[in-house]
Ligand binder design. Structure first.
Ligand code: ARG
Length: 568
C-alpha cells in the first residue's frame, strides 16, 4: 500500500509530464493545516528555473493533476504553492487498509543495504557512564528503524578493550587491588585502582615507568599480564551485559579493539607501501595536505615507540567491516569530540579505494540541572547502572501511587517499562546534536512530550477495549464525521511517511515528535468523541481509530526501543 504523500507525488510527476514540464519539487505534509493536508512547491521551483509566473504555472499543473480519487480540487496559495486537501472518504478507506497492514503502511526500502552500526562501544575498566547512554540508545533506535525498513543490520559493539590504559590497569591490579572490594563491586574497584594509578603516575616517574613496562609485557604476550587483562575484560563485559539487559539492547557481534590487534602491523605496512603514510619525526602519519581543514592535522598511525593507536585500530576496523562483513554502509555513533578522528579515518578509507558509505553519527552531551556536563556530587561521571536503577525506582513510586491494587511484582515490571522508557525517550526526543538537561521530574511526567505520556495514551486505549469486553473487529465501513476523528485519522497515515525520514539525517526525534502529535490528536479525539457510549456506526469507526492508534503508538515506541505496559 502507498502513503498519500507517495500517491500525490506520483500524480504530480504525471501532471508535470502531461503539461510538458520537467520533474520539480516534491509533495510534503502541509506546514499549516488551514491550507490543506499536503503541499508542493513545484510551481515555484519551475517558475524560478524558467523565469515564468509561478501562479500561472501552478494553474497549468493543476489543470493536469488527476487527484480526484483522494483530494478535493487542489488550490493555489501564496506565491504559488499547490495545496491538497484529502477527502474524508479517501482517508477512511486508507484507515481500513492500514488496519489490515502489519507494517502500518510503512514502505520497504527499495535499495536494501547491509549496514554495520557501531554504537555504545564502552571502555573496559572504566565505568559505563551516562555519556554512553546517548550512543547506545540512539544507535539502537537507528538499528531498529533500519531493520524495519528492510535493511540488513549488523549491530557491532566496538569495545575499548585494548590500548595504553592497560598498562595502568595492570600496574594497579598488581599493586593496589583490594580483593574484598573487587568481590563486592568489581567495576567500582577496577575504577578506583585505575584512577589511583593514574594519579600516582602523574607525580611519580617510577610508577609511570612501571606502567609502561606492564604494557610492553602485555603486548609481548606475558602470561600473567594477559591473565589480568582477560579478567578485567570479563568483569567489565559482565557489567555491560547487565546494562544491556535492563536497556533491552542487543548486539550481533562485539568486536572490541583487541580483535584487531594482530592486523595493525599489516595496516601500517600497507599504508607505507602505497605511499599514503610516511615517516615523520620518528612516527608514521597520514597527511592530508590537499584538504585545507585537515592540512595541519595528520593522522598518527604508529608512534615513535612502535605502538599503534586508536586510529590504526579503526583503519583495521574499516577493512574488516567492508571485506569480511561485506557492508555497503557503516554508521558510527559517538559523541561529537570524535569528529576529526572519523573524518580522517573515512578519508583514509576513500584513498585506499573503499567506496562504501561511511557515516559518523555524532551526538551532543547530557547536562545536569546546572547546565554543565552531568556529574555526581563528587565530580565523577554518573555510572549508568545507578542511573537506570534510579529511573526504575522513581517509576515504581509513581506506579504504586496510581495502582495500589497491583502486586509488587506487577508494579515492578511496569516501573521498569516506564522508567527505562522515560530515560530513553528523553534522549531520543531531542535533536541528537543538541545538549539536553537531564531532569527526572520532566522525563517521568505524565504530561508533555514524554514516554509516560505516550505509554499512558496506549494504556487508555487498552482499557477501552477491556471495558468493551470483546476483541477488536475491523468494520467494513468507516465514517469520519467529526473533525477530531478526521484529524486523528490523517495523523495515523503520517506514521508511514515519518519513519523513513528518520534515516535521512539519523533523527529518531522526528518519530518521537510524530508520536507525541499522534497522542495529542488522540486525546483531543477522546475528549470530543465518546467511544463506549456512542451508537453505531460511530462506535465502530471510533473503535477502529482507537485500535490503530494503539498499534501505531506501540510500533513507533518499539522502533525507539521503548515498550508499552498494558496497565499503568
Ligand atoms: N570506545 C570509544 C569511546 O568510548 C567509542 C568507540 C567508537 N567506535 C570506533 N570504531 N572507534 O569513546
Amino acid at each position: 500500500m502507498q502513503t498519500f504523500q507517495k500517491v500525490l507525488t506520483c500524480a504530480l510527476s504525471d501532471a508535470l509530464a502531461a503539461a510538458g514540464l520537467p520533474e520539480a519539487g516534491d509533495v510534503t505534509q502541509a506546514t499549516d493545516p488551514r491550507f490543506g493536508d499536503y503541499q508542493t512547491n513545484a510551481a515555484l521551483i519551475l517558475a524560478k528555473q524558467r523565469g515564468e509566473n509561478p501562479r500561472q504555472l501552478a494553474e497549468k499543473i493543476i489543470a493536469h493533476l488527476d487527484v480526484e480519487r483522494w483530494c478535493a480540487e487542489p488550490t493555489i496559495a501564496g506565491a504559488g504553492f499547490i495545496n491538497f486537501r484529502l477527502k474524508p472518504r479517501a482517508v477512511a478507506s486508507h484507515i481500513r487498509e492500514l488496519l489490515r497492514d502489519e507494517r502500518l503502511g510503512a514502505p520497504v526500502s527499495v535499495r536494501r543495504q547491509k549496514i554495520v552500526i557501531d554504537f555504545g562501544s564502552p571502555n573496559v575498566a572504566k565505568p559505563m557512564h551516562v555519556g554512553h547512554i546517548r550512543s547506545t540508545v540512539l544507535g539502537d533506535a537507528l538499528a531498529r528503524v533500519a531493520a524495519f525498513l528492510g535493511h540488513e543490520v549488523i549491530r557491532d559493539n566496538h569495545i575499548g578493550d585494548w590500548g595504553t590504559q592497560f598498562g595502568m590497569v595492570i600496574y594497579g591490579w598488581k599493586n593496589l587491588l583490594d580483593r574484598n572490594a573487587l568481590a563486592r563491586d568489581p567495576i567500582a574497584e577496577l575504577v578506583r585502582v585505575y584512577k589511583k594509578t593514574n594519579e600516582l603516575a602523574k607525580t611519580d616517574e617510577n610508577v609511570r615507568d612501571a606502567c609502561r613496562e606492564e604494557l610492553v609485557r602485555l603486548q609481548a604476550g606475558d602470561a600473567a599480564n594477559l591473565g589480568i587483562w582477560q579478567e578485567t575484560v570479563a568483569l567489565s563485559m559482565k557489567e555491560f551485559e547487565a546494562a544491556y539487559q535492563i536497556l533491552g539492547v542487543h548486539y550481533d557481534i562485539q568486536r572490541g579493539e583487541s580483535f584487531y590487534n594482530d592486523r595493525l602491523p599489516g595496516v601500517v605496512a600497507r599504508l607505507c607501501e602505497s605511499g599514503l603514510a610516511e615517516r615523520s619525526e620518528g612516527a608514521i602519519c597520514v597527511f592530508f595536505r590537499d584538504i585545507p581543514e585537515l592540512a595541519d592535522k595528520p593522522c598518527l598511525i604508529q608512534k615513535s615507540d612502535g605502538g599503534f593507536n586508536y586510529a590504526t585500530t579503526d583503519i583495521a576496523t574499516v577493512d574488516y567491516r567492508i571485506n569480511d562483513l561485506g557492508a555497503d554502509t557503516v554508521w558510527i555513533v559517538t559523541g561529537a569530540p570524535q569528529k576529526l578522528h572519523f573524518q580522517q579515518i573515512f578519508e583514509i578509507a576513500r584513498r585506499e579505494g573503499y567506496t562504501a558509505d561511511f557515516r559518523h553519527v555524532t551526538h551532543g552531551s547530557i547536562l545536569g540541572e546546572d547546565r554543565k556536563l552531568m556529574k555526581t556530587r563528587s565530580g565523577d561521571n554518573v555510572p549508568l547502572r545507578e542511573l537506570l536503577d534510579e529511573a526504575v525506582h522513581r517509576a515504581e513510586k509513581i506506579v504504586a501511587e496510581k495502582n495500589p491494587e497491583l502486586c509488587a511484582g506487577e508494579q515492578r515490571a511496569i516501573a521498569l517499562t516506564i522508567g527505562i522508557g522515560a530515560v530513553k525517550y528523553a534522549d531520543l526526543s531531542q535533536y541528537r546534536m543538541s545538549d539536553y538537561v537531564f531532569s527526572w521530574d520532566r522525563m517521568l511526567s505524565l504530561q508533555g512530550n514524554t514516554a509516560p505520556y505516550l505509554q499512558n495514551a496506549y494504556v487508555r486505549i487498552r482499557s477501552i477495549f477491556r471495558k468493551l469486553g470483546t476483541g477488536f473487529v475491523a468494520p467494513n465501513e468507516l465514517l469520519l464525521a467529526e473533525p477530531a476523528e478526521l484529524n486523528l485519522a490523517k495523523r495515523l497515515g503520517h506514521f508511514a511517511e515519518t519513519v523513513p525520514q528518520v534515516l535521512n539525517d539519523f533523527r529518531p526525534n522526528l518519530l518521537a515528535n510524530y508520536l507525541f502529535e499522534l497522542a495529542n490528536a488522540f486525546h483531543a479525539f477522546y475528549e470530543a468523541c465518546p467511544v463506549l457510549k456512542a451508537d453505531e456506526p460511530a462506535q465502530s469507526t471510533r473503535l477502529a481509530l482507537c485500535e490503530l492508534t494503539a498499534r501505531v503508538l506501540q510500533k513507533g515506541l518499539e522502533l525507539l526501543g521503548i515498550a508499552v505496559p498494558e496497565k499503568m
